[in-house]
Design a protein around this ligand. Structure first.
Ligand code: HPA
Length: 266
C-alpha cells in the first residue's frame, strides 16, 4: 500500500478516526519541518499508513508566511511519501460557494512569489518545472470518486489564489482576484504545491471554505474564530473523504508528476 502524506491546515492538527502509530522527527537540509510527523493507520486496515503533519504546528504557532514549506515537503519524501494531500482553510470569493463547501482546486495564482523561499533549486543548479496544471490529476480523480462514493459534495475545478498574509485581504484585493478568475483565497497553498512537484511528488489540495472572503458578504469583519469553527464542522467529512480516497488511488503512479524533473534542467 502506498503511503499518503496529509498536511493539515488551520483547525486540523490531527487525523481523528485514524490509528496513531508513532511520531517521526526529520531534519532536512532546509531546516526543521513544522513538527514531528505523525504516522497513522486506517482503523479497519492495519496495512495502510498515512503520514500527517500540521503545517502551522500542533499548537498553531507558525504563521503562514513563516511555515518552512521546503522542510515540510522534504521530510515527507524522507519518510517515503509519494503523494500528498494539502488540506487548507480558504475564503470564498465566488458567492456561489458558501462556508462549509469543500473545493478541489485545479488552478492556482501565486501572490507570494518573492516573499517566501519557493524552490529547492537556488543555483548553481537551475530548474524550471512545468506548472501548467499545478495539481496531480490522478489524486484529484480519486478524491472525486471518493466524494461520489461517500455522498460528500465536492466542488471540482476552482482557481486558488495564495496571498502572503498574515493579514486578511482588503475588499479591493478580493475584487481584483475575482476579476483575475480566482474562486477561493488562502495563505498556504503556495509554494507547497510547487515544491512537491520539484521533488516529483504528487500533490492535490482539498480546500474548505471557512468564510466568505473580504467584501463578498455583508459581514464587515472576518474572524479566525469563524475560520476554526467552520473547519471543525467540516472535519468529519474531510476525514471520511480522505479515508475513501486512500483506497481509490492506484498503487502505481500513472500521472506526469513522477517525471516532473525530466527536461527541466538548464
Ligand atoms: N483569506 C485568506 N486566507 C484565508 C481566508 C481568507 O478569507 N479564510 C481562511 N483562510
Amino acid at each position: 500500500m502506498p503511503k499518503l502524506g496529509i498536511i493539515g491546515g488551520s483547525g486540523l492538527y490531527g487525523v481523528p478516526g485514524f490509528l496513531h502509530l508513532k511520531e517521526e522527527c526529520v531534519s532536512t537540509p532546509f531546516g526543521e519541518p513544522s513538527g514531528p510527523y505523525l504516522i497513522a493507520g486506517i482503523a479497519d486496515d492495519a496495512g495502510t499508513q498515512v503520514v500527517f503533519l500540521p503545517r502551522h504546528g500542533t499548537k498553531h504557532s507558525i504563521p503562514p508566511h513563516k511555515v518552512n514549506y521546503r522542510a515540510n515537503i522534504w521530510g515527507m519524501r524522507e519518510l517515503g511519501v509519494e503523494r500528498i494531500l494539502g488540506i487548507n482553510a480558504v475564503g470564498g470569493i465566488d458567492p456561489e460557494l458558501p462556508p462549509g463547501s469543500i473545493v478541489l482546486p485545479d488552478q492556482a495564482l501565486d501572490f507570494t512569489q518573492g516573499a517566501r523561499p519557493s524552490t529547492f533549486h537556488d543555483g548553481p543548479d537551475v530548474v524550471h518545472i512545468d506548472f501548467t496544471d499545478p495539481y496531480c490529476p490522478e489524486i484529484r480523480a480519486a478524491i472525486l470518486k471518493a466524494s461520489q462514493a461517500e455522498g460528500i459534495p465536492v466542488t471540482s475545478g476552482a482557481t486558488y489564489v495564495c496571498t502572503n498574509g498574515p493579514r486578511l485581504e482588503s475588499r479591493a484585493e478580493i475584487e481584483f482576484f475575482r476579476r483575475a478568475g480566482a474562486h477561493i483565497v488562502g495563505m498556504t497553498g503556495m509554494p507547497e504545491a510547487a515544491l512537491a512537484r520539484e521533488l516529483e511528488l504528487c500533490y492535490a489540495a482539498v480546500s474548505v471554505i471557512t468564510n466568505f472572503a473580504a467584501g463578498v458578504s455583508a459581514a464587515n469583519k472576518l474572524t479566525t474564530t469563524e475560520v476554526v469553527e467552520t473547519m471543525a464542522k467540516s472535519t468529519a467529512s474531510v476525514m471520511a473523504l480522505l479515508k475513501k480516497t486512500f483506497f481509490l488511488i492506484p498503487e502505481q503512479r500513472g500521472c506526469p508528476c513522477k517525471d516532473a524533473l525530466s527536461g527541466t534542467r538548464l
